[in-house]
Design a protein around this ligand. Structure first.
Ligand SMILES: [Ca+2]
Ligand SMILES: [Ca+2]
Length: 422
């Protein structure tokens, strides 16, 4: 092995660095998009696990969020509802409060102000926090016709919030336009008997989903729309199959949206899709077998997931033409997308959809580009930046050197995968 003085070695390293940097920066100008990684679903390892079910999740930004976890009490005769908060994207969780309620729905206007709805105790319908969930107070001034449970919450802006319920009747909506100081209630009978979820796009316009039928097991699915703040409603979908209950509503963007259907029949299971902003909804086949679908979430037009009381979560990668087992998630009741690359879901526990940082993707954006090379050069020669060996030591020899940069250059510009041979 040739001897190289420390000074000579440093000089070689600097020359290598300069050459790499020049190459990286000049090629960065050529707008190479890199080749992409895909986000993946995984179970968050430190999240609470429910003995009943987690019914809802809400994140105000990628890091700060809350989940509701319902657990059986000591003799399994009732539920206790836990409100958990995370401030680091689900890496760690703090229990905020345990209520003697089954907690169904959660929504926040900002990092401090939020609401949690219950479903089996009409006297304790809705809880409110103004300190980020440290303390919760029962909302006591909701006028008749009050819902008997809150199955869905849609926070429109920092002052307007709607809520709907319940799945087993009656069909009622409440709203506040002053951040929860005052409330208005609407009875949607006879357009619906049961309401679950709601989604509002503006202070006046939005959708609620549920069904017509005195018994929610035997009803017909309904999607209703208001454009005057809840005073009047129009039916936008009238299901013709009995034993169906429209359960959750999700919009991918302002034009494309989806509604899951809890199917109590012995026949095929459908879901609804709109491509005209909710003006019309089409029945789309999910499975040829019964499934009580609850959670529904699409990341893009082609990529989506559904879960529910059947247990398993299913995935489509072809815009719903076919569905297969997704390999994650149990009894999922809610998906919340923050972007097409970041989402949370809850069922038995908490699941997260995100780009998993892989060796060489130093900026964690899911692509291998010249930007990653620049960051690696900084790690190798300046020891600056985030330089964890698990994603910088590309030849897996336990340290950082110009060889790792060369490997990454090959990854970025030749699409040669990381081989990890020292
Ligand atoms: Ca990258
Ligand atoms: Ca190395």
């Amino acid at each position: 092995m040739p001897k190289v003085s420390k000074l000579g070695r440093a000089s070689l390293m600097i020359r290598a660095a300069k050459a790499s940097l020049f190459m990286a920066l000049s090629l960065a100008m050529s707008a190479d998009p890199g080749f992409p990684q895909s986000p993946q679903w995984r179970t968050l390892p430190n999240a609470p696990v429910s003995t009943g079910r987690m019914d809802d999740v809400f994140f105000i930004n990628p890091s700060l969020g809350w989940v509701l976890s319902n657990n059986y009490n000591s003799d399994s005769t009732a539920f206790l509802g836990d409100i958990w908060k995370t401030m680091d994207g689900g890496a760690t969780w703090a229990l905020q409060i345990t209520l003697n309620q089954y907690l169904r729905s959660v929504g926040f206007a900002d990092s401090l102000t939020g609401w949690v709805g219950t479903v089996f105790d009409p006297d304790s319908l809705l809880y409110h926090t103004t300190d980020g969930g440290t303390t919760w107070a029962l909302v006591q001034n909701i006028p008749e016709p009050r819902p008997l449970g809150i199955c869905g919450i849609s926070v429109v802006n920092d002052s307007v919030m709607y809520a709907s319920g319940r799945y087993s009747g009656p069909a009622r909506v409440i709203k506040t336009t002053d951040r929860g100081a005052n409330w208005t209630s609407f009875d949607l009978y006879p357009l619906a008997d049961n309401l679950v979820d709601c989604r509002f796009f503006s202070p006046d316009s939005g959708f609620v989903v549920g069904s017509i039928g005195a018994d929610y097991h035997t009803g017909y699915g309904r999607v209703l729309f208001t454009s005057d703040g809840g005073s009047t409603w129009a039916t936008r979908y009238a299901g013709t199959r009995s034993e169906e209950l429209c359960w959750k509503i999700q919009f991918l963007n302002r034009t494309t949206g989806y509604v899951s259907i809890e199917n109590f029949s012995l026949g095929p299971t459908y879901y609804l899709k709109t491509t005209d902003g909710g003006g019309t909804w089409s029945d789309e086949l999910f499975l040829n077998t019964p499934y009580e679908v609850q959670g529904i979430g699409f990341a893009t037009d082609s990529l989506g997931w559904m879960g529910g009381w059947g247990g398993d979560t299913f995935e489509t990668t072809d815009a719903g033409a076919s569905w297969h087992l997704a390999g994650f998630g149990y009894i999922v009741n809610r998906f919340r997308f923050l972007s097409d690359k970041l989402a949370y879901a809850v069922g038995e526990t908490v699941y997260k959809y995100e780009l998993i940082r892989v060796p060489g993707d130093l900026n964690g954006d899911g692509n291998f580009t010249a930007a990653d090379i620049v960051l690696l050069i900084n790690c190798v020669f300046q020891q600056t930046g985030e330089c964890d060996l698990s994603f910088t030591d590309l030849n897996c020899n336990g340290g950082l050197s110009a060889a790792d940069i060369v490997t990454l250059i090959n990854v970025v510009f030749q699409e040669i995968p990381v081989t990890c041979t020292p």
